[in-house]
Design a protein around this ligand. Structure first.
Ligand code: FES
Length: 119
């Protein structure tokens, strides 16, 4: 039997044929304005903290995705969490650590980090 190594000329792996078993999907904006506000460093903090909790890309854990602009640029760096549909503004490392511990691991929304529209 021939082992499949490519589909339509693209590399194949059996794990890439199914949706991950995550509980939450987190989108961190790394668009131009959030990047100017430090989003790439916050991405590293986010990923590292989830790894410390063994809570990333595991069943019941978090699937992380970097995005382009999510639009409320003035309030960023912007991080959204689904299925709760929470929109957060994470300004620094401490915000990210708290968001991971309280929401992504603990399951509680971090009210004071939620984005509120500017008047
Ligand atoms: S660049 Fe991040 S919301 Fe626009």
């Amino acid at each position: 039997m021939t082992e499949i190594t490519k589909i339509d000329g693209v590399d194949f792996h059996p794990d890439w044929s199914r949706m991950p078993d995550h509980a939450r999907h987190v989108f961190l904006c790394t668009g131009p304005r959030c990047t100017q506000r430090g989003a790439l460093q916050l991405w590293k903090t986010l990923r590292r903290r989830l790894l410390e909790h063994e809570h990333i890309e595991v069943p019941g854990g978090v699937l992380l995705t970097r995005t382009h602009c999510q639009f409320p640029c003035n309030l960023g760096p912007v991080l959204t969490v689904y299925p709760e549909r929470c929109w957060y503004g994470v300004r620094n490392k401490a915000d990210v650590l708290r968001l991971v511990d309280v929401h992504l691991v603990g399951g509680d929304v971090v009210q004071d980090l939620l984005i509120k529209d500017l008047p």
